[in-house]
Write a new protein. Structure first.
Length: 137
C-alpha cells in the first residue's frame, strides 16, 4: 500500500501526464504536419520494436523482483522531441508504453506488477519529451 504522500505524488504526475497528452489536441500550432507523418510512424515503429526487444539486466540483488531495462526507447523519444510536433511526440511516447504494458500483463511478469508503474512511466516520458520539445522549439 502506498503512503499518502507517495499516492499524491504518483497521482499528480499521472494527472499532469494526462493533461500533457490531451493538450496537443487542442492547440492548433501543435498539430502534426502531413510532412512528418512518415517520420512519426517510423519512430513509433522503432520505439515499439525497442520495447519488444528490450534487454533486461538482472543484478544479483534485484534478480527476483526485476531490474533496470536497457532499450533505445529514450533515444528515440529524444529524437522525436527534436524533429516532431507535440501531437506526434505523444504518439511516439504512448504507443510503445501501451504495447509494453499489454505484453507484461499478458505474460504476468514481475515487471510492472503494480497498476501505477506504467502510467507513471508514460506520464514522465510524455512530460520530459514535451519539455525537451519546448526547450528546442
Amino acid at each position: 500500500m502506498l503512503s499518502k504522500k507517495a499516492a499524491t505524488y504518483i497521482g499528480s504526475v499521472i494527472g499532469l501526464g494526462v493533461a500533457a497528452i490531451a493538450a496537443p489536441m487542442f492547440v492548433d500550432s501543435w498539430a502534426a504536419q502531413p510532412s512528418e507523418r512518415l517520420s512519426m510512424l517510423a519512430m513509433t515503429g522503432l520505439a515499439i520494436i525497442s520495447i519488444l526487444g528490450k534487454a533486461v539486466y538482472m543484478s544479483g540483488r534485484d534478480a527476483n523482483k526485476g531490474t533496470s531495462w536497457y532499450t533505445p526507447l529514450l533515444s528515440i523519444m529524444f529524437a522525436g522531441a527534436l524533429i516532431l510536433s507535440p501531437q506526434s511526440i505523444v504518439v511516439v511516447v504512448v504507443a510503445p508504453h501501451l504495447v509494453e504494458w499489454l505484453i507484461e500483463r499478458a505474460r504476468k511478469t514481475p515487471f510492472l506488477s503494480k497498476w501505477y508503474i506504467q502510467p507513471f512511466n508514460l506520464a514522465t516520458h510524455v512530460l520530459c519529451s514535451l519539455a525537451a520539445w519546448a526547450a528546442f522549439a
